[in-house]
Design a protein around this ligand. Structure first.
Ligand code: NAD
Length: 476
């Protein structure tokens, strides 16, 4: 690919020094390459966004809503191509690639509706004090940098782009170097819709390009999704400039299964929570807490279910789970298998890389994992489930909350009063009761503790790109 950066409404060649290889993880082989953007091109993208801001923020909310509906429609028109590229570059099974596309479409449609309602939010504020009136204006934050990871590229970018554009911000998006292809669609759609030049810019590159963007003094805000280690660097850049930042970071989430559960149903939820996207989900429920009375029945069934999953190349086989998306991730997961062996963990399923081309690992289950094991405490980002038993509700809550992360949790119980009580006690941003990984655009996304700062989706996702202004007038 030669022209892979979208700056000021034009497709341009990368002038950076890094060549990015785009890989098919099922074969472990590259199928495309592109040159990264240079720091000067990041400058140009920020300048283009700055230049486009006055006119874009002056557009009517209904005009912006029209563009967002156009994004949703155009994503739908590119359906097959976008599904194929996610299958090839991410290694996603077809049905997962379809879900991602539908999620991105729903996100643009949802924020189109919120954009259309914006004028009604700018309203008079009733004051107790006489002699004054006050009114609210929700203004765009300004020029926003958006840095995203590789695990759900189409979706993560939609969760940032749609509310940012709805609010009237202009943006510079930096996709992950692991999956730079699918988000090219957002630039192509901007072209097709005649979005004013500079409103949406896309620069591709590795850490250096990300750092050039996150350190840039021309931004008004940065929204980052990715690892905790890079998130803390992004936060340092923001703090150096006293600039707002949204951080969507990692997780080590619990799934709590009580004795009264239907075992088959619980097994299905547990498997989905750790094997969708080959476990490469910030929200993977990778810590299983199972109550004593059901553990000896559930664990063997879970072992069988994981061993029976069809793992393979989504482009050529019927599969439940594809490969890991990058070699780096495959090596990282393999290193946890080695740690598990060193720690003497009890492996009930998997625990190894597959002996075939590509970056495949077996769905893995370790039982009775000690609380201080690295596998229990650290985000692995692969299909690796660790289980522990508990006796009481209080113990389950305490163990689930005993983590430096706080992204999500799942509670499985037919006693709904108890499930709701446990959900209220969990220190996370989102809890699923008797369901798994069900994300709706109307509800919020984001975590507590080490899982980040701020919320995406819902009205909170829009607020993240708005600045509140009040105009107060003396009547006297
Ligand atoms: P990563 O932090 O390595 O990379 C994320 C992005 O940051 C990429 O675009 C990368 O190029 C860029 N980057 C790298 N170094 C940078 C630097 N020094 N300055 C600025 N940008 C830089 O993360 P990843 O491996 O792509 O993604 C996996 C991580 O993302 C996991 O920890 C996962 O939990 C997290 N994640 C969180 C959410 C959420 O909503 N909370 C969603 C998806 C993924």
């Amino acid at each position: 690919m030669t022209t892979s950066h979208y700056i000021a409404g034009r497709w341009v060649e990368g002038q950076g020094s890094d060549c990015i290889s785009v890989n098919d993880p099922a074969l472990g082989q590259p199928f495309a390459e592109l040159m990264a953007a240079s720091a000067a091109q990041v400058d140009q993208a920020v300048a283009a966004a700055r230049g486009a801001l006055p006119a874009w923020k002056a557009t009517s909310a209904s005009e912006r809503a029209g563009y967002l509906r156009g994004f949703a429609e155009q994503l739908g028109q590119r359906r097959e191509a976008l599904i194929s590229v996610q299958m090839r570059n991410n290694g996603k099974p077809r049905h997962e690639a379809e879900i991602d596309l539908d999620d991105a479409i729903a996100t643009f449609n949802y924020y189109a509706e919120l954009a259309a309602q914006l004028p009604s939010k700018n309203r008079e504020v009733p004051l107790a004090a006489p002699g004054f009136t006050a009114r609210t204006r929700l203004e765009p934050v300004g020029v926003v940098g958006l840095i995203v990871p590789w695990n759900f590229p189409l979706v993560t970018s939609a969760w940032k782009l749609a509310p940012a554009l709805a609010a009237g911000c202009t943006v510079v998006l930096k996709p992950s170097e692991v999956t730079p292809l699918v988000e090219q669609a957002y630039g192509q759609i901007a072209d097709a819709l005649g979005l004013p030049a500079g409103v949406l810019n896309i620069v591709n590159g590795k850490a250096e390009t990300g750092a050039a963007l996150s350190n840039h003094t021309g931004l008004d805000k940065l929204s980052f999704t990715g690892s905790n280690s890079v998130g803390s660097q992004v936060m340092r850049s923001a703090s150096a400039q006293c600039r707002p930042v949204t951080l969507e970071l990692g997780g080590k989430s619990a799934i709590v299964v009580f004795d009264d559960c239907d075992v088959d149903q619980a097994v299905a939820w547990i498997v989905a929570g750790i094997t969708w996207n080959a476990g490469q989900m910030c929200s993977a429920t990778s810590r299983l807490l199972v109550q004593d009375g059901i553990a000896d029945t559930l664990l063997p069934r879970l072992q069988a279910a994981l061993e029976n999953l069809r793992v393979g190349n989504p482009l050529t086989e019927e599969v439940d789970m594809g490969p890991l998306t990058s070699q780096a991730q495959w090596l990282k997961v393999a290193s946890y298998f080695a740690t598990a062996r060193e720690e003497g963990l009890q492996c009930l399923a998997g625990g190894r890389a597959l002996d075939r081309d590509g970056w495949f690992v077996s769905p893995t289950l370790y039982a009775d994992v000690p609380k201080d094991s690295r596998l229990w405490t650290e985000e692995i980002f692969g299909p690796v489930l660790c289980a522990r038993r508990f006796a009481t509700e209080e113990q389950a809550i305490a163990e689930a909350n005993d983590s430096r992360f706080g992204l999500v949790a799942t509670v499985c119980s037919t006693d709904l009063a108890r499930a709701e009580r446990v959900a209220d006690a969990l220190e996370v941003g989102h809890v699923w009761i008797n369901s798994v990984q069900a994300v709706f655009v109307e509800t919020s996304w984001g975590g507590t503790k080490g899982s980040g700062i701020g919320r995406e989706l819902g009205p909170w996702g829009l607020s993240a790109y708005q600045s509140v202004k009040h105009v107060t007038r003396c009547l006297g």
